[in-house]
Write a protein that binds this ligand. Structure first.
Ligand code: SAM
Length: 290
């Protein structure tokens, strides 16, 4: 189905993506306030002990309202990463810091457990690099790091950069994550090749992305939410219907779960697999560089 959207030429895509995230970052708090208002109680009931906070919501993904009702996708991503003390991790398109904060939390809890069991801590210091093309989004993340008391944390490094041309050395990372980011990259193959290049042998690639829903009734509800509710919300909150329409369109254009898995295999990754969450609203793809 085309849903009446026109093709976006490659050169326009980068500009559109820039506009979306500039618009989104400046309306970040308002958008979150709006979206959390009515659903606050529901989240609490549903998520119980998962400790979902308003600050853990994403700026451009009203889809997350839907997803977070069922499952905490970031925790799922991080549990698949198996973070460890001393690791060098790169989170691409990570402006908001959400993934990086969770990786750090997870590493700290591994360290605490190791110490409780009298196991020596690694000498090497954990390094988490948060790379994003948009400085406004990096500022959102830095601000949130300060709010979390992580402003002076030496493990976190905020770096402006493009997923398609990373500034990191070959074979320098133990892990690579990209959450709700690869869909916005102009040449996905280039971003995948860069992920492969910067990972060490044995390094793990993980990608969390909005994907394709095929379940009949759920698909229709989801389409209504995407094509009617989201653009209306974008207009109301950010005064920017087009950017939010673009976000919906970019999800539809993104390769489906199987096709994306094949792209990851073609890059050279092994043991490639994916997991659908919430019926495919979101999928986590993983691969190893062996
Ligand atoms: N990963 C974060 C999260 O889930 O909280 C932020 C996701 S946000 C939806 C998408 C991010 O991708 C934006 O911060 C945007 O600036 C970034 N982005 C878009 N194109 C990029 C590129 N080519 N390289 C790096 N980051 C990019």
């Amino acid at each position: 189905t085309s849903f009446g959207f026109k093709e976006v030429p490659e050169e326009e895509k980068s500009k559109l993506v820039g506009n979306v995230f500039t618009s989104v970052s400046s309306n970040y708090d308002l958008m979150n306030d709006m979206m959390s208002a009515g659903l606050h109680r529901l989240w609490k009931d549903r998520l119980g002990r998962l400790k979902l906070t308003r600050a853990s919501l994403q700026p451009n993904t009203p889809w997350l309202i839907l997803i977070l009702l069922f499952v905490n996708v970031f925790s799922r991503l991080v549990s698949k990463l198996h973070p460890f003390p001393g690791m060098k991790h790169l989170d691409v398109a990570g402006g908001t810091g959400d993934v990086a904060f969770r990786v750090l939390e997870s590493i700290n809890s591994v360290s605490r457990r190791a110490m409780q069991h009298g196991l020596a801590e690694t000498e090497e210091e954990t390094q988490i690099y948060i790379c994003d093309i948009n400085p406004n989004m990096l500022n959102v993340g830095k601000k949130r790091a300060i709010e979390r008391g992580l402003g002076e944390n030496h493990c976190l490094h905020w770096i402006e950069g493009d997923a398609e041309a990373l500034s990191f050395d070959d074979g320098s990372m133990d892990g690579y994550t990209i959450a709700f980011g690869i869909r916005n990259v102009t040449r996905i193959e280039k971003a995948l090749a860069e992920a492969y290049r910067v990972l060490k042998r044995g390094g793990r690639f993980l990608c969390l992305e909005l994907s394709h829903v095929e379940l009949p009734i759920f698909k229709q509800l989801y389409d209504y939410y995407s094509f009617s509710v989201i653009p209306a919300m974008g207009e109301l909150v950010a005064g920017d219907r087009e950017s939010y329409k673009y976000l919906v369109e970019s999800i539809r254009r993104f390769p489906n779960q199987e096709a994306f898995a094949r792209m990851i295999v073609d890059t050279g990754f092994q043991k490639v697999e994916y997991e659908n969450l919430v019926g495919g609203v979101v999928a986590i793809h993983s691969g190893l560089k062996l």
